[in-house]
Design a protein around this ligand. Structure first.
Ligand code: PGA
Length: 251
């Protein structure tokens, strides 16, 4: 049984004061972890406030990125070792904004996945095609290649414990959601890719989220799909009421 995971990706929003206010508003109303796991991934500068205010609650904490080295002369980067020491559980890697604006490659993403596991955390590996790729009919093979590259040399146990987020670029922040059927189709293809690379058990255990304009109004339909185990949510995860509605999609 895969536990659904509803995750906020705050991107470059919120400051520490707003973070504390957000957590205060949601923390006593979250579902139990055994029903739905909830998670906020915040900018690095907000993580101390997020960790401190979420302590003792059901809310997990994630970073939005990290480097693949623990320390060294890498000005401006964030250490996975320190994220773990602080108490961070998850790290998003390979978001299309990082691939696009900051030129992250599949190879970087794979190195980051290894570094995150080495430091006792779990990666949320993002993948997803552009509109151009979809219209050319190459979406599935494009996403499969991203997944194969990101998972390179990870063990089956590691893959079974991580999260993959399918986020078609054309649906992010555009209000243009993939239909629940389109999302299901790709999430099933991703699970099949994991089965081909590893085995059926690993594929049955890996959790696959859909992301791209998920909101309270469409979350239920998306979450009803067989291969969709959660949402990675930007805009609709910035307000406590909206995040709570997403977390309680099944009530
Ligand atoms: P959105 O962002 O929900 O605002 O579309 C999703 C994401 O980029 O993770």
């Amino acid at each position: 049984m895969r536990t659904p995971i509803i995750a906020g990706n705050w991107k470059l929003h919120m400051n520490p004061t707003e973070t504390v206010e957000f957590v205060k508003a949601v923390k006593d109303q979250l579902p139990q972890n055994s029903e739905v796991e909830t998670l906020i991934c915040a900018p690095a500068v907000d993580l101390p406030a997020l960790l401190d205010s979420a302590k003792g609650s059901q809310l997990h904490v994630g970073a939005e990125n990290c480097y693949f080295e623990d320390e060294g002369a890498f000005t401006g980067e964030t250490s996975p070792k320190v994220l773990h020491e602080m108490g961070v559980d998850y790290v998003i890697i390979g978001h299309s904004e990082r691939r696009g604006y900051f030129h992250e490659t599949d190879e970087d993403i794979n190195k980051k996945a290894h570094a995150i596991f080495k430091n006792g955390m779990k990666p949320i590996i993002c993948c997803g095609e552009s509109l151009e790729t979809r219209e050319a009919g190459n979406a599935e093979s494009f996403v499969e290649d991203q997944i194969k590259a990101a998972l390179k040399n990870l063990t089956a146990d590691q893959v079974a414990s991580l999260v993959i987020a399918y986020e078609p670029i054309w649906a992010i922040g555009t209000g243009k959601t993939a239909t629940a059927d389109q999302a299901q189709e790709m999430c099933a293809a991703i699970r099949q890719t994991v089965a081909d690379l590893y085995d059926e058990t690993t594929a049955e255990n890996v959790r696959i989220q859909y992301g791209g304009s998920v909101k309270p109004a469409n979350v239920k339909e998306i979450m009803a799909k067989k291969d969709i185990d959660g949402g990675l949510i930007g805009g609709a995860a910035l307000k406590p009421d909206s995040f709570l509605a997403l977390a309680h999609y099944n009530d």
